[in-house]
Design a protein around this ligand. Sequence first.
Ligand code: GLC
Length: 487
Amino acid sequence: MSQKMNVLFVISEAEPLIKVGGLGDVGGTLPLALKNLPESMTDPYVIDMKVVIPYHDQIKRNQWPVEPVVSFKVLSRNGFITANVFRALKTDLPIYLIDGEPIQNTGTYSSDTSIDTKKYAFFSIAALEFCRAIKWKPDLLHAHDWHTAVAIQKLSQIRSYDTFFSQTKSLYTIHNLPYSGGNHPEILYAFDIHQAFDPEIPQYMRNLPMALGLDAADHINTVSKTYAEEIMTDGFGNGYQNYLRSHSGKVSGIINGIMMEQWNPSAEKVLYKNYSVDTLSDRIENKRMLQQELWLPIKDQTVLFVMVGRMTYQKGFDLCVQALRQMRDLDWQIIILGTGEDSIQKTCLSLSNEFPDRVRTELRYDEPLSRRLYAGGDILLMPSRYEPCGIAQMISMLYGCIPVACATGGLKDTIKDPFDYPDEYTGFLFSHPDVSAAEWAMRRSIEYFQDQDNWRQIQVRAMKQDFSWEKSAKKYFDLYKSIQSSK
Ligand code: GLC
């Protein structure tokens, strides 16, 4: 006999409706992967998944078609606030959008933390109340990052007396620990949210949304095994390390997957030439055309580095920029694509000015170009100072663009270095996020690149990997089950 498992999946982004970063990939793809798990894997359960996100202005501007579902009121000390819930049409999954005054006229994320705290506190509480409004009791609340942490805290406050939620358990997934949310006790007070009380959480952090989520969750997980270990250390714990260490029994890691069919160099229209492991020799066309597109000298033998992503301190672009300056003796080119912090954009632009015949910096978000970089670049640089999971390294390997990355978080868990895997390596890792370590790994990768026959073997191994969601979705399902059955 099948049994329903109701999962309320609350997150701030979900593609294809809204995606600012990797969180949006997970918001759109993990629930789908869970839904698509074969029945034999979830037996005797059938997962009923509802994804809830804010009805961001950006989604309204894009005019994604929606239909109204329900309206209700959320209680605050300053009076009731109306929540209107819509359902997105044309999606493979039920995705619900919550609207209300604190959500309207805001960017997806704001630089004003009081606007964001209010927006996401309201959203988190409304997501719970939405279940009551449609009379759908969740067995599990699965919330992500600081934006939805208030839902975890609210649930733990009310479930002892609120019979509707008395059986609901919670899972809190950390995608990026340093982003803790703002310190606004007055906003938490307005929504009757208590502060975190665990003595292992430093006093001054107890009103941060991230702290509430960690403290109140039945289980915590993060998006790779290595990151789950790292956050218990002083270097990566951001003040939560003592708490996490003393609650290590409720902390685990599951690597993200990707939708393999969305990343397929043999089928994509935006590439100059499609190719696969069997037609790898066609790949070079993409490199030549890419060099031409960006006005770089067209040279097959010159190693073409690419660096793609948000320009934040986390991503460490500055490390490779400096390393390249120290590698002017070698023959290389680089294309950098992304936007972000001003100082990092300037750092990248200055490299273009110093090496006008070798460096291109494109300051924009451009997904088609990013795909051409993975298809035409020889080596992806990913010098992240920390990386909970990361997605670019997986995509680039599937395209035969070999990663050079810092051995942290999900990078360490998805890339095999020759030192540890002499016969199976798929990329190059360096152990510390500093310039000389990055330089050493980049020099090493160029050396390997000189041996083109061997390089093709590396590409074949990288491209043949399976990064699909199924294995990880199964692990999430098993985790859901164990949380649900715990006392
Ligand atoms: C955050 C992390 C990134 C991870 C993504 C999805 O953006 O920085 O490493 O891949 O979340 O989990």
